[in-house]
Design a protein around this ligand. Structure first.
Ligand code: NAI
Ligand code: 15L
Length: 280
């Protein structure tokens, strides 16, 4: 007679914010490997629960009490929720700045010890495409969105030193099924490499607050992950498979931001207020 043993999963319950989004829908599936229960949350509608181990809770991250309740019973958080593009400061303030603060406060209240924070390459978007930088390079946010991600990273540093909550901040490049333009040949992160990165960010020990660029093994590399070697992130995919297709797109003018800056068009997005709107 053979005895079957089931391997315990590393986490009891992982909270996934932003579960209705592009990356959230992917990770809702793959996080099941790491936790008995995945609690998926978003302000928008999500696919219904498929059972007791697949919890679904609508929540606006700007509602502090609701976020505190959301985090109860959770032992790790993958925080993707928020505005994911450049928008007005007021929109970014509610979802990304207040929202991320609420997530960290709730983590403190409920004793959560590990957070994976979806930061962004737009924390350093104003570097030129001919520069190579690393996680210690001074930040050059390229808008309110990039500023909100820089704030999230600072929250992570503070909550580690003050409360011992560990975070891996992922400065994700461009994570889509395939690169959409010439710039993304350098910034692309495949979904397979994203899943591997999330696994390392959840499972690596003694991360303190670590910052890692989320990018595949593309030919042109703007970001050096030398300061994140301890995470063991080893991307396998490359955007080269899509180069010929992308290069068929009409050429951009030499001064187009997508050809100048690492943050591409985000460096020129907005402003979103007209002079009339700012008058009191
Ligand atoms: P997405 O925009 O598809 O998903 C974000 C989700 O957050 C949406 O489902 C939205 O409903 C939700 N959300 C927005 N405001 C909210 C609020 N107040 N309360 C609760 N939920 C709210 O974005 P995507 O592409 O899935 O990205 C996920 C995360 O990764 C985002 O934080 C984004 O900034 C970050 N990221 C993504 C990159 C990419 O290439 N996909 C690159 C760099 C960073
Ligand atoms: C981001 O931070 C955005 O969330 C995503 O939609 C992409 O635009 C990506 O950066 C990028 O830089 O391509």
């Amino acid at each position: 007679m053979t005895t079957q043993t089931t391997q315990a999963k590393p986490f009891n319950r992982i909270l996934l914010t932003g579960a209705a989004g592009g990356l959230g829908q992917i990770l809702r599936e793959t996080l099941q490997v790491h936790a008995d229960t995945v609690r998926s949350s978003d302000i928008s509608a999500m696919a219904p629960s498929r059972g007791a181990h697949d919890e679904v809770i609508n929540c606006n991250l700007s509602d502090k009490a609701a976020v505190a309740a959301l985090v109860e019973g959770v032992d790790a958080i993958v925080h993707l929720g928020g505005i994911s593009v450049e928008r007005s400061f007021e929109e970014i303030l509610e979802a990304n700045i207040r929202g991320t603060f609420h997530v960290y406060e709730a983590a403190r209240l409920h004793g959560v010890k590990r957070i994976v924070f979806a930061s962004s390459n737009h924390v350093t978007g104003f570097y030129s495409q001919d520069e190579q930088i690393d996680a210690h390079s001074p930040r050059r946010p390229d808008g309110y969105y990039g500023l909100s991600k820089a704030y999230g990273e600072d929250l992570a540093t503070f909550y580690f030193h003050r409360y011992g909550i560990e975070t891996v901040s992922l400065r994700i490049g461009s994570s889509f099924p395939e690169p959409r333009n010439l710039r993304m040949l350098a910034t692309w992160l495949s979904y397979t490499d994203l899943e591997h990165l999330i696994a390392r960010a959840l499972l690596a020990s003694d991360v303190g607050h670590s910052v890692v660029y989320g990018v595949s093994a593309n030919r042109d590399q703007w970001w050096n992950n030398r300061h994140a070697a301890h995470l063991g992130f080893a991307p396998q995919d490359s955007s080269e498979a899509f180069r010929a297709k992308v290069e068929q797109q009409p050429a951009l003018a030499a001064d187009h931001p997508d050809r100048l800056y690492q943050g591409g068009a985000f460096t020129a997005a907005g402003p979103f207020e007209t002079p009339t709107q700012t008058r009191s």
